[in-house]
Write a protein that binds this ligand. Structure first.
Ligand SMILES: Cc1cc2nc3c(=O)[nH]c(=O)nc-3n(C[C@H](O)[C@H](O)[C@H](O)COP(=O)(O)OP(=O)(O)OC[C@H]3O[C@@H](n4cnc5c(N)ncnc54)[C@H](O)[C@@H]3O)c2cc1C
Length: 383
């Protein structure tokens, strides 16, 4: 394969290859034909959700997939578009995972089956208008009312799937200790308002919304019993960041493949393909090299994860470096395509714009640098 310089494919198991190939075929048949139009129309292809569920994209390891198998699914989905991978990531890592890991038996029974089948769509509300990189300073509050209910008030910003979700996992501060805890909020409860964010230049095929919670009442049984403390929200982010590390390979691979093909066919100066010029070759080499490193990193982190040895810092390195590689690859590919690099007939600009957002969400590149700096030196440099 063009995007597998080190022949890493040969190290995959038959089942891993099967999952990778069937996901890739599904993306080729169902995502690629419509995704440019979806991005133009700023529309998430909701019609694909039942088929995504049938393909097993929602739930990941909760469905018995190994970390490599789940990662390969995310890789192939993002080869289509980051919006499609983001939908699956949020559903799996940010909604199903916390319900599975921190929820009660009743909560798991009530929500995991419809989330797995795509009948219910979930979202994850951590970020607020004034608190993105520093979610621990959030203002959203949860208050026990005394009659078996909890009242939540606050605002959440930039929430993927926010205005199409049936269920929101909302993080809020409770009690005198201001402990950040997780709550399940059905979005049809009085006081929940979702406002879709329009005019995005990235992730245009993903729905992003601001959520207003105005004295929303939920039964006390909607609190996630095991999600008491910000570290549990961060644990969910680790799951999602893991999927992003793999997804970035898919987006980068789509850009590299488009740039390589273009460079071999586009002719400039004496009828020679632009791939014959050293400067263009250097760009292609950087792309192939970055991809090879990213693929090896992904496989290694997957093995650590399956052995229960992947730390938050390992996942930070994975998300940070693979997304940086993908963004650099997309920018270089856009350059190689010349004027066509900005045309929607090619996937490159769409991926490049998406990756700008992917580099920011789930911890910006620099925040992951600080997490790694802390892990290496033992000294926090956030403040
Ligand atoms: C398309 C999209 C979808 C999203 N989906 C979700 C979602 O589903 N749920 C959710 O909860 N959130 C979501 N987010 C929010 C996302 O996680 C935040 O945007 C991200 O955490 C960064 O926060 P911010 O935008 O407030 O930037 P800020 O925190 O204001 O940061 C701005 C800049 O300052 C830098 N910076 C901040 N603090 C420091 C520091 N201490 N040292 C050095 N530099 C610093 C950052 O690196 C960045 O460059 C989404 C965002 C986008 C764009």
């Amino acid at each position: 394969m063009d995007d597998d310089f080190l022949r890493i494919d040969a190290t995959l198991t038959d089942n891993e290859r099967l999952i990778r190939d069937s996901t890739r075929r599904w993306v080729d048949e169902h995502v690629l034909p419509i995704i440019a139009a979806c991005a133009r129309e700023a529309r998430f292809p909701l019609e694909l959700v039942p088929a995504m569920a049938a393909m097993g994209f929602f739930g990941g390891s909760l469905n018995g997939a190994s970390s490599v198998e789940y990662g390969l699914m995310m890789q192939e989905l993002e080869r289509g578009d980051s919006a499609v991978r983001s939908f699956a990531s949020v559903q799996s890592a940010l909604v199903m995972y916390p319900i599975h890991a921190f929820g009660s038996g009743d909560q798991r029974q009530r929500w995991l089956p419809p989330l797995r089948s795509g009948e219910a769509v979930g979202c994850f509300g951590l970020t607020e208008p004034d608190f993105g990189s520093n979610p621990g300073a959030m203002r959203t509050r949860a208050r026990r009312t005394g009659n078996g209910e909890i009242e939540i008030s606050g605002e959440k910003a930039w929430i993927t799937n926010g205005s199409i979700a049936h269920l929101a996992v909302i993080w809020a501060k409770e009690g005198e200790t201001n402990t950040v805890s997780g709550y399940l909020v059905e979005t049809d409860r009085p006081g929940v308002r979702a406002e879709t964010i329009h005019g995005k230049h990235a992730l245009r095929a993903s729905v992003t919304a601001n959520l207003v919670l105005d004295a929303v009442r939920i039964p006390a049984s909607n609190a996630l019993p095991g999600a008491v403390g910000l570290k549990h929200a961060l644990q969910c982010l680790d799951q999602a960041r893991y999927g992003i590390g793999w997804g970035a390979i898919g987006a980068a691979s789509a850009c590299y493949t488009a740039a390589r093909e273009y460079a071999l066919t586009r002719k400039q100066f004496h009828g020679r393909p632009i791939a014959s010029h050293q400067l263009v070759q250097a760009k292609l080499v950087e792309m192939a090299s970055g991809l090879a490193h990213a693929q090896l990193l992904a496989l290694h982190v997957a093995r650590l994860k399956d052995r229960g040895e992947a730390t938050a810092a390992h996942i930070s390195l994975f998300k940070r470096d693979n997304v940086a590689m993908a963004l650099a690859t997309a920018r270089a590919a856009r350059d190689i395509l010349g004027a066509n690099g900005i045309a929607s007939d090619y996937p490159v600009f769409r991926h490049m714009a998406n990756l700008e957002a992917v580099s920011t969400y789930e911890g910006t590149h620099d925040i992951h640098t600080l997490i790694l700096g802390h892990a290496i030196t033992g000294i926090e440099a956030f403040g």
